[in-house]
Design a protein around this ligand. Structure first.
Ligand code: GDP
Ligand code: MG
Length: 186
């Protein structure tokens, strides 16, 4: 029988409007590849990747889907047990940024109220087409207390940093929670 060597298993969900780059970010992170072709995600997929962080081995299950609106029925399955969320918008599409608020609500409703989230502005490489300004982003991160990263799945910028950050936030929360359970039971 094989023994799996990890200290923690975290489920992370990617959320955001269709075509912001959720699948591209997931694929880049897990396999180091990118395709310009649009591959519509049907239903739910997840990839698994193991990270070493602060002396712990962490197995990440990264869930990626599209059309959550269309398949409202899968929402509870998608979010169940998620320990963290990556909120993705497209820097070249203002509407995808405006919709972040809606995604935050959905995460809080279906996953859990206080789970860590990281905000991601993707398509950093398309500088000439930006529709979202840094002051728009600053307002949102201040208001919602979100950590923010900019990424290009295409040019592999910020992708690993984003996934490491969300993992770090989850790990910290898990450790804090364990600590408070220990303190309470004294
Ligand atoms: P999803 O619907 O959120 O999963 O989005 P996809 O990952 O399928 O990406 C939608 C489209 O945007 C595809 O054509 C991708 O090739 C493209 N795309 C994704 N990320 C980037 C990026 O960082 N830069 C550029 N230029 N295109 C991207
Ligand atoms: Mg997709």
């Amino acid at each position: 029988m094989s023994r799996e060597n990890f200290d923690y298993l975290f489920k992370i969900v990617l959320v955001g409007d269709a075509e912001v780059g959720k699948t591209s970010l997931t694929t880049r992170f897990a396999y180091g590849t990118f395709t310009d072709q649009y591959i519509s995600t049907l239903g739910v997929d997840f990839v698994v990747k193991t990270l070493a962080l602060n002396g712990h081995v962490i197995k990440l299950q990264v869930w990626d889907t599209a059309g959550q609106e269309r398949y409202a029925g899968i929402r509870p399955i998608y979010y169940r047990g998620a320990k963290g969320a990556v909120l993705v918008f497209d820097l070249t599409r203002k509407q995808s940024f405006l919709n972040v608020e809606k995604w935050v609500e959905q995460v809080q409703r279906y996953a859990s109220e206080g789970i860590p989230m990281v905000l991601v502005g993707n398509k950093l490489d398309l500088v000439d087409s930006y529709e979202v300004t840094s002051s728009d982003i600053e307002d949102m991160t201040t208001e919602k207390g979100l950590v923010y990263y900019e990424t290009s799945a295409k040019e592999n910028q910020g992708v690993n940093e984003t996934f490491r950050k969300i993992t770090e936030l989850i790990l910290q929360r898990e450790i804090d929670r364990k600590q408070s359970v220990l303190t309470e039971s004294k």
